[in-house]
Design a protein around this ligand. Structure first.
Ligand code: ARG
Length: 463
């Protein structure tokens, strides 16, 4: 049972109130972290001569037993306000009050939970960073095979200019690399220890905060004990970075969903990532991509929930802080599984390069290059060339005749007199030529993309 209440308060709490107050559900994610925090705190108490060796030994044995065999179910009972109380209860039951009752000296659940949240978030962040690297590797590897796979590029979802599949995939890779930067940056601030701040005012016992920080793998301690127990900006930073990351995941999924449609057929996702219909036997639906797109919403919602939870809280610890923890876990878990599955979904996808080529010059999408050719080789101002080609398109086809006609309308310009030929036109309108012309850094020309791939591989290794 919960011994914390016994001194000050009277009366058994009914299950409804106990369940209402308990954070046990969300605390499952920090149960293991709590054991680690207990061990670090215990080791520090021993070294500072704040606890006898024999009693410390008894506590250590119980903690190790829980670490080895798992924390017993009783410790997760909702009659405990949280896992910290649950594990202390278990400790006292195992090691007796003389030993087990000593572990909580010089600390509070306030610094304990803040430390556990950081230990666990840190672990989850590393996993997400790992998945991001995996995803980027997959994108770069597929891009490598498709430096000459011509496809249409879109603006306003209208065929705009041809590009390549490599160019398209590397666009996402670069976005995901910034997501990794943001998460790594957040990690640096997550990785500071609140432990030893106790309730908020620190403690009169001569503890060593640097020792526990070190044992738990933190880079540093949080300087101010009041800030340390009450700060949740680390959670905001994580969720903000994940929200941004999930917008990139969601955009990618949106395209994969669109590309899977029979209208487009640029990709076929592997069956394992798809579902079928309970009524329409022919259906193959891109459900994983849709769930990921949906999770982008729930992660953004989690971020929003934490913002609203903390914005009005006075110093220092307030119990409201407990209510934001489930949002943190929800955001992290949804983002983590999404980013993990996305790599596999891309890796196993079959890209339909024929369909891409077929669409690459649809909707006069090579017209820009023709206008550029009129500027480059025939001396026209760009606006004039833009107008001439636009008029030809409006007539329904781009031919020597329609261009000549458009030129005449534009103040008597004869393109034929300037040397334009049908052959020169079809050259300019050829998607491969259009792509090959884009040799500027960041562009899709195969040579440029191959260099970009080398640089992206280096960036990935360095990250
Ligand atoms: N379970 C709480 C949390 O998640 C920590 C307990 C602090 N309780 C308290 N009454 N000060 O924030």
């Amino acid at each position: 049972h919960d011994q914390i209440r016994e001194g000050r308060l009277s009366g058994e709490r009914n299950d409804q109130i106990a369940g209402y107050l308990s954070s046990m559900d969300a605390d499952r994610k920090i149960a293991h972290a709590d054991l680690l925090v207990d061990m670090a705190h215990l080791a520090m108490l021993v070294r500072q001569n704040l606890i006898g060796e024999e009693q410390a030994g008894m506590i250590a044995r119980s903690l190790l037993k829980m670490k080895r065999n798992g924390i017993p179910q009783e410790a997760f009972d909702e009659r405990f306000e949280d896992i910290h109380a649950g594990i202390e209860g278990e400790l006292i039951a195992e090691a007796g009050i003389e030993a087990g009752g000593r572990l909580h000296m010089a600390r509070s659940r306030n610094d304990e939970v803040a430390t556990c949240l950081r230990v666990r978030s840190r672990q989850d962040l590393l996993k997400i960073l790992d998945s991001l690297s995996m995803l980027r590797k997959v994108l770069i590897t597929i891009a490598e095979e498709h430096t000459r796979t011509v496809m249409p590029g879109f603006t306003h979802l209208q065929h705009a200019q041809p590009t390549t599949l490599a160019h398209h995939l590397l666009a996402y890779e670069e976005a995901f690399s910034r997501d990794a930067e943001r998460l790594s940056d957040a990690y640096r601030r997550v990785n500071r220890s609140p432990l030893g701040s106790a309730a908020f005012a620190s403690t009169g016992f001569p503890i060593d905060r640097y020792m526990t920080a070190d044992l738990l793998g933190f880079d540093d301690i949080l300087g101010n004990s009041m800030d340390a127990v009450s700060a949740r900006d680390f959670a905001l930073e994580i969720l903000a970075a994940l929200t941004v990351m999930m917008t990139n995941v969601s955009r990618f999924c949106e395209e994969l969903i669109l590309w899977s449609s029979a209208f487009v057929r640029f990709v076929e996702l592997d069956d394992t990532y798809c579902s079928t219909s309970s009524i329409m036997p022919q259906k193959k639906n891109p459900d994983c991509a849709e769930i990921m797109r949906g999770h982008a919403g729930s992660v953004a919602g989690a971020f929003q929930a934490v913002v609203v939870s903390v914005k009005g809280l006075p110093m220092s610890y307030n119990r409201d802080l407990q209510t934001l923890t489930p949002h943190l876990w929800r955001g992290i878990d949804d983002a983590a599984v999404s980013i993990d599955l996305l790599a596999g979904m891309i890796e196993t996808a079959a890209f339909n390069t024929e369909r891409m080529r077929e669409e690459s010059d649809r909707g006069f999408s090579t017209a820009t290059e023709l206008a550029d050719t009129l500027v480059r080789d025939f001396g026209l101002p760009f606006r004039t060339a833009h107008n001439i080609v636009g008029r030809a398109v409006r007539s329904g086809e781009i031919t020597l005749a329609t261009l000549e006609e458009a030129g005449r309308e534009m103040g008597g310009i004869s393109l034929i007199e300037r040397g334009l030929s049908g052959e020169r036109i079809s050259q300019a309108l050829d998607p491969d030529m259009v792509v090959a012309a884009k040799e500027i850094p960041g562009g899709p020309a195969p040579g440029v993309i191959k260099e970009a791939i080398l640089r992206r591989r280096e960036a990935l290794i360095e990250s």
